[in-house]
Design a protein around this ligand. Structure first.
Ligand code: AP5
Length: 186
């Protein structure tokens, strides 16, 4: 099962990805986590990434293409994977398609976790990660609207888009996700 978890910042992609990992035994590939790890070193690239992330902007499509292609090559991705936070530009969606095509693979679904903006802000403000300060949250939401939301059209046209209501308890949302994923598995 090869799926993309899509949604605004704070929609619950990471939270639900963990539950999918436990239930379906496929790895989560969180580009945010990979970038945070990379940014933690002292290299010039790390400093650059850190700066971009702390402003709530997007790291370059080219770098992300490389990171994701390398990760997808690893053996644990053979039975499938959950992409969390990628793609988030239309260019990244094209890049992903190219990367998968090179391996004769296709996505099974793009799960769009729908959460309204007010709830997103409430969740992020409560969490307290480095990029959860007010100004950065505002920028992340702006970037989501301008660069990431348009990716939905790309997957709608490919008939891969599945919407799930992301407002509710973590378990309630996961039940909805499972309903979708169980039909894909059949
Ligand atoms: P990333 O780490 O991907 O951040 P994000 O997309 O903004 O998403 P979050 O991790 O903040 O939220 P989430 O949807 O995973 O929700 P979560 O489960 O954590 O990216 C960070 C940065 O890295 C980007 O800004 C960018 O700079 C860079 N980056 C990453 N990918 C990139 C890419 N592809 N291209 C370019 N740059 C990239 O939940 C949020 C909070 O809500 C938690 O506290 C959680 O406990 C709580 N919560 C979860 N579910 C519920 C629920 N149902 N009810 C109540 N609370 C809930």
């Amino acid at each position: 099962m090869r799926i993309v978890l899509f949604g605004g910042p704070g929609a619950g992609k990471g939270t639900q990805a963990q539950k999918i990992v436990d239930h379906y035994h496929i790895p989560q590939i969180s580009t945010g986590d990979i970038l945070r790890k990379t940014a933690a070193s002292a290299s010039p690239l790390a400093m650059k990434i850190k700066k971009v992330m702390s402003r709530g902007k997007l790291v370059s499509d080219d770098l992300l293409k490389e990171i994701v292609a390398e990760r997808l090559q690893q053996a644990d991705c053979r039975p499938g994977f959950i992409l969390d936070g990628y793609p988030r530009t239309t260019r990244q969606a094209h890049d992903l398609e190219e990367t998968l095509q090179q391996r004769n693979l296709k996505l099974d679904a793009v799960l769009y976790i729908v959460v309204n903006e007010q709830e997103l802000v409430t969740r992020l403000s409560r969490r307290g990660r480095a990029d959860d300060i007010e100004e950065t949250i505002r920028n992340r939401l702006k970037v989501y609207e301008s660069s990431t939301r348009p990716v939905l059209n790309f997957y709608k046209e490919k008939m891969l888009l599945q919407k799930v209501n992301g407002v509710g308890t973590v378990v309630q949302v996961f039940v909805l996700i499972r309903n979708v994923l169980d039909t894909i598995k059949k």
